[in-house]
Structures are given as structure tokens and as C-alpha cells.
Design a protein around this ligand. Structure first.
Ligand code: GDP
Ligand code: MG
Length: 198
């Protein structure tokens, strides 16, 4: 009935002092925090964390390629290739560098439809497209164009698992040998409560 999802406040979110603000947003919607760790990712972990699938590399590569073509920039001159998969691999390299550059806050949140609910709270990958009220929409300003020109990932504050299968893999990776808790929270059920008002 419930799902668990991985949330990582990336180093830009940590450095900007947004951890408390972000945690508050997940708590107030009713999600339950079941694990948390402040840590610096290794390059190996970053490599395992970002997908290896052709589909993901293609998606990220095509997005980057489109940015270059829209701005009349020559991808071959700037990135050495026109191949979306190879460009996706390049972006993945930037992501691994960034994820291991400073401490990040990794968390597991639990609740009904937790994966989808967290993505909704987080907002679109590109801050300019993220709606007001979402974390990236309220606190993000970076653009793909600027990030690509500096050969680094878009600074968008936070990572949230994209789908349930991804969440399961990511939790197993980030919380391997770390505690994930089970505990009860207020459920809205007063049936066990006795006593009368005087
Ligand atoms: P997410 O699930 O919304 O975080 O997005 P993706 O899984 O598609 O991409 C992972 C991360 O890669 C994003 O959060 C960005 O930080 C970065 N990224 C995605 N697309 C691009 C891009 O076109 N250019 C650059 N520089 N970074 C990107
Ligand atoms: Mg993703």
C-alpha cells in the first residue's frame, strides 16, 4: 500500500542552507521519514546512482544536444560529438563529479504513492519549467544553457527517484548497511482512545 523513495539534497541545496525548508515540505504533506544520512558520495556510488540505460543516456543527451542546436552552437566543436548517447555519457560524468564534490543529505521517505508525490513536490528537472510551489520552482534558477556552457550539471537542488523500480535500486545503493526504520506515526485513527469530556 505504501512506497519508499530516495531523496537526495544535492550539494547546491546543502550549501544554500535549504535542508530544513525542504524536509518541512515532505513532512507537511504527510510523508514519513524512515532513513537519513549526511554523507559525501564516492565516484563509484555516483556512477551506480545515475542510470546506465541507453534510454536515460539518450534522454539526457538529446536534451543537451537540443540546447546546443537551438543556440546555434556546434556540438562537435563544444563536446566532440553529435551522438546523444555519447553526450549523455558526458553529462553523466559531470553529474558524478558534482555528486562527489561535497556533502549531500540522503533520505528515504515513505507513504502512499511516495515516488510520484515526491516528484510532484520536487518539480521539473529544469528550474525554469518547474511550477511555482515546487522545490525546484521556488528555489531554482539555473538553466540547461548555462550549465552546458560551463560543462556541469544543472544545479536543481534535489534528486528524487523517477519511478518505483528506480527507487528500490537507489535505496539499496544509498542505504546499504545503513538503517531504514519502521515506526508508527499518527494515523488519524482514534478508535483505541477512551475517555469522555466532562
Ligand atoms: P531528474 O530526475 O529530474 O533529476 O532529471 P534526469 O534524471 O533527467 O537528469 C539527472 C540530472 O542531470 C538532473 O537533475 C540535472 O542536474 C542533470 N541534467 C539533466 N539534463 C541535463 C542537461 O541537458 N544538461 C546538463 N548540463 N545537465 C542536465
Ligand atoms: Mg532522474
Amino acid at each position: 500500500m505504501t512506497e519508499r523513495t530516495l531523496i537526495v539534497i544535492k550539494h547546491d541545496g546543502v550549501a544554500r542552507g535549504l535542508m530544513g525548508e525542504i524536509i518541512k515540505r515532505f513532512e507537511r504533506v504527510g510523508l514519513k521519514l524512515v532513513a537519513m544520512e549526511f554523507l559525501k558520495s564516492t565516484r563509484d556510488m555516483g556512477d551506480s546512482h545515475y542510470p546506465h540505460t541507453k534510454k536515460w543516456l539518450q534522454k539526457v543527451g538529446e536534451r543537451t544536444l537540443k540546447e546546443y542546436l537551438d543556440k546555434d552552437l556546434d556540438p562537435v566543436k563544444e563536446l566532440g560529438t553529435m551522438d546523444p548517447i555519447k553526450i549523455g555519457q558526458l553529462v553523466k560524468g559531470w553529474l558524478i563529479d558534482y555528486l562527489s564534490a561535497g556533502p549531500v543529505l540522503a533520505m528515504v521517505w515513505e507513504g502512499p504513492n511516495a515516488v510520484h508525490v515526491c516528484r510532484k513536490l520536487v518539480g521539473d528537472t529544469i528550474p525554469a519549467n518547474a511550477v511555482v510551489g515546487s522545490i525546484r520552482g521556488d528555489y531554482g534558477i539555473d538553466s540547461a544553457e548555462l550549465a552546458n556552457s560551463q560543462q556541469r550539471p544543472i544545479y536543481n537542488i534535489i534528486h528524487a527517484s523517477g519511478e518505483l523500480a528506480e527507487a528500490k535500486e537507489e535505496i539499496a545503493l544509498w542505504f546499504k548497511n545503513r538503517e531504514v526504520f519502521d515506526y508508527n506515526v499518527y494515523s488519524g485513527d482514534f478508535s483505541g482512545v477512551s475517555g469522555k469530556l466532562k
